[in-house]
Design a protein around this ligand. Structure first.
Ligand SMILES: [Zn+2]
Length: 401
């Protein structure tokens, strides 16, 4: 009995010790080792072709791929310094207001707490006739100011809601209403992946969400957020990164490749493997002819297919290539994703008028002011940390560069 208590006491002392140690700031030069960054056009397409052949030789069956996927997952989390984040469970403190009745769906303005003093700003699109439990879809976005409230995001989320899903569109850090930090701040990749996890956990906490049917999709930088979260969190059950999965391009922004998620002493990889880590969960990649996804039919998708084959799940990895199109999440890309999500999340695409193509004209585009969550009547909470330095200091990062 005595020794039992003594070991508990020493465990307690140890945990106090480790939590004190964890509060010592860590410097950004330790967090972001420069020789471990794979950024932008890190490889040429020619190099990437050869690298993909070499990567394919690192696994030859399901067990060896799963070992590889698990070491990559660990590499991403270590590169992001995931364990540095405060242990927040629940405690979302949602601020929800301005419910608007639309044609077949509702829109609400929402903010949730990401961690104490940091807020995720967005909109919830809800079905007009919800079931007891509904699928949910995370909708991060790419790089454009006010992108969350722009037409393409509104249309996509409205269609998802009218088909029967609860769609959450949320700001990239530093964009639209997420003004507590600048976008190009050193730990943007960590903050965005953390925010996505908190959006996921908020959705899972809702009694009207079916935890077995959780989708995620975004274009460009939203595609990056989609394949990163899908790779590290198997609670995303269906994933559709759009115009971003590339063998040679690692993401041009600090929020995509500014932390050492692709390379460390124990791993070396690219975004194609991140996307393939969805296997065997349903995955759709959408590519086009005018950006870094132009080789997808020949390089990226065959690699992903060969991973899915290990699970006898070739039919769950879909690919739509639009060679005549460019880098956006426009109508034709949305039209590819709607029936994919409808099939795998149990949505009704018949609720969307169809005449030689999906008719999105039922969507009324709302002005940004109608979609902002923080305004005079609903101010941002007073505990909000303001500025890159304040946020990094709160999290225990010190900028020594
Ligand atoms: Zn970015």
């Amino acid at each position: 009995m005595f020794s039992f208590h003594r070991s508990l006491a020493s465990l307690f002392a140890f945990s106090i010790f480790t939590s004190l140690v964890a509060k010592e700031p860590i410097t950004l030069s330790e967090v972001i080792p420069k020789n471990s960054l794979r950024q932008g056009h890190f490889w040429t397409p020619d190099e990437a072709n050869l690298e993909m052949k070499a990567l394919a030789k690192t696994w030859d069956d399901r067990a060896s791929w799963e070992r590889r996927a698990s070491s990559i997952r660990e590499g991403i989390l270590k590169g992001l310094h995931w364990d540095w984040m405060p242990k927040v469970e629940g405690d979302f403190r949602p601020i929800i207001h301005s419910r608007k009745k639309m044609d077949g769906y509702f829109v609400e303005n929402i903010a949730i707490q990401s961690f104490p003093g940091f807020y995720i700003t967005g909109n919830l699109y809800l079905p007009a006739e919800p079931k007891k439990r509904n699928p949910a879809i995370l909708n991060p976005h790419g790089h454009a100011s006010d992108k969350r409230v722009m037409e393409d995001v509104q249309k996509r989320c409205a269609v998802f809601a009218r088909m029967g899903a609860i769609a959450f569109a949320y700001d990239m850090v530093g964009y639209a209403e997420s003004t507590q930090v600048n976008h190009k701040m050193p730990i943007a990749a960590l903050l965005q992946a953390w925010n996505s996890t908190r959006v996921l956990e908020y959705l899972l906490s809702r009694p009207d969400v079916d935890s077995e049917r959780i989708g995620m999709t975004g274009g460009s930088g939203g595609g990056t957020q989609t394949f990163v979260l899908t790779a590290i969190d198997d609670r995303i059950t269906v994933s559709a990164p759009v115009v971003q999965v590339s063998a040679h391009f690692f993401g041009g922004c600090v929020c995509e490749s500014g932390m050492a998620i692709h390379e460390s002493d124990s791993h070396g990889t690219n975004n194609v493997e991140f996307a393939a880590m969805a296997a065997p969960r349903p995955l759709m990649i959408v590519s086009d002819g005018a950006d870094w996804t132009r080789n997808s039919p020949r390089i990226e998708y065959p690699y992903i297919q060969s991973v899915y084959a290990l699970f006898d799940a070739e039919h769950k990895a879909e690919h739509v290539h639009l060679h005549g199109e460019g880098h956006d999440y426009g109508y034709s890309k949305r039209s590819a994703v709607y029936p994919f999500f409808a099939f795998h999340l149990g949505l009704s695409y018949k609720r969307i008028p169809y005449d030689n193509g999906f008719d999105e004209s039922f969507v009324t585009i709302l002005p940004p002011d109608d979609l902002y969550v923080f305004n005079e009547a609903h101010p941002r909470p007073g505990d909000a940390l303001i500025g890159d330095e304040a946020v990094m200091e709160y999290l225990g990062f010190s900028d020594d560069r």
